[in-house]
Design a protein. Sequence first.
Length: 540
Amino acid sequence: MGYGFDIVASIAGIGGPWEILAAVGDITQSLQFGPIKVALLVAWVFLCLYCAQRVAFSPLIAPDYKSLASVFCLVFGPLIFAVLAVADLTVKLQEGEITGRDILRYLFGNAFVGRKTLQNRTVRPEDYIELLDSAGKNFFEDIGNKDDQRAADQETLIVTREVVLQGIRGRASDILIDPKGVGAFTVRYRIDGVLHVVREISDDQGKGVVNSIKAISGMDISEKRRALDGSFMARISEGNVFFRVASSGVLGGEKLSLRILNQVTGMLKLDEVGISPEICATIREGLQQPSGMIVICGPTGSGKTTTLYAMLGEIDFFTRNVVTVEDPIEYVLPNVSQIEVNAKANITFANSLRSILRQDPDVICVGEIRDGETADMALQASHTGHLVLATLHSSSNLATLVRMMDLGIKPLMMASALSLVISQRLVRKLCEHCKQPAELDAETIDHLRKQGFDPSKVLAPVGCKKCNQTGYLGRTALVDVMRLDEEIKTILGGNQLSLGELKQKGDSMGRGNLKREGLRKVMAGLTTLDEVKRVVSSLG
Ligand SMILES: [Zn+2]
């Protein structure tokens, strides 16, 4: 240890940089290399590198001087470290973030609360998170007054931040926090459409997390039974991420679900959704028409909204007046008038559409057709020279026509106003880093060969660190598109088929096409036979 103090003492005692460099040279010369000296040297280099990294994120150094400071750090590392530590502590003391007692606790290495506070300023960029209310105000700046209260709140806030941040970093689309009923809460993430339990938290902490999320989302904390909704924002190093929050009273307590509306990754383009080039071309052609209606259908969680936004992304917002009605607005689109449905304020899809039609739009986007009135108005709009994009909950392309008839739309109206129906499913994509050839049974091999596919191209999931041991990473869409051609128009116009027949025909046709599209992706090594079976049999 003696050498370490000597080095520090000799450097501290000298003024100009050249003298310091000379002194460092002397010291190096006087070192006869032995194990202790090598260890000291390694420790010195480590501290130098550590300081250089610290400097890069220190708020005390202006960006312009950061590279210069890094060079200094690499040379004089540990000294700068001491100076920065003292400066950091002084700033925190002045801002009242910590007390003298915290520093003492920190120095003696048992500052649970203090330590976390001290780390706040030196977090890695991927660990940085701030929770803001929907107006962008930092809500948790001054929680609690008393020391004990503050410590408890700090712990809750740390857990809340972790739950939110890990959700974002883990590519979750939803975070579910629900009471287990035995004095604990479970936190689950929905990743690529599948739920995973990620952690359990104690009852007290769970309630604390639920309350802090409700508070920041502008929800009434005292209301524990009635379903409420709200929203908040998380600021991470890449930008802001928006959350939509819903609460409901369940057996054993209160449940929260957080939908992550990711503004950071942005909207996908039409060819990034996983749609084949031919189908993309058909959709683009439909989008260029001045009028007509394009309906995307599929069950819940089939990626209809993502495709809807991808289609909107193809439209030039400057030359065409675009108005949307959505529930909720998932992406903010520049130069587009977006209306959010709000049942409490009596803003529904139907009455929004009525007001939109008075604004002379070119393109109207209806988030979801749920009732006859909305369906009727959307088709009327298409009929009177607007391009209408919409989603509908149904199982296949022809089943969509049946569903429209169920909603009271006349077949003739559909024949003249509908231009494209697209049905969609999402399958999980195989992880590129660990996928391997699959072992298939004789029956499957036989079945694939009969359909003209090569069974040796089928891959299976394995699981690695990159995909969280699931074998899957990301999702891709299976899409079947139907153009309303003369044949279908004749069927519709002549009412040659009964509703039941049409639905049956539609389901078997849709299943066939989606399955074929799925098998094509299996052959390309993008997904597995199980995934295709999982989503296509749900047509049922
Ligand atoms: Zn993997």
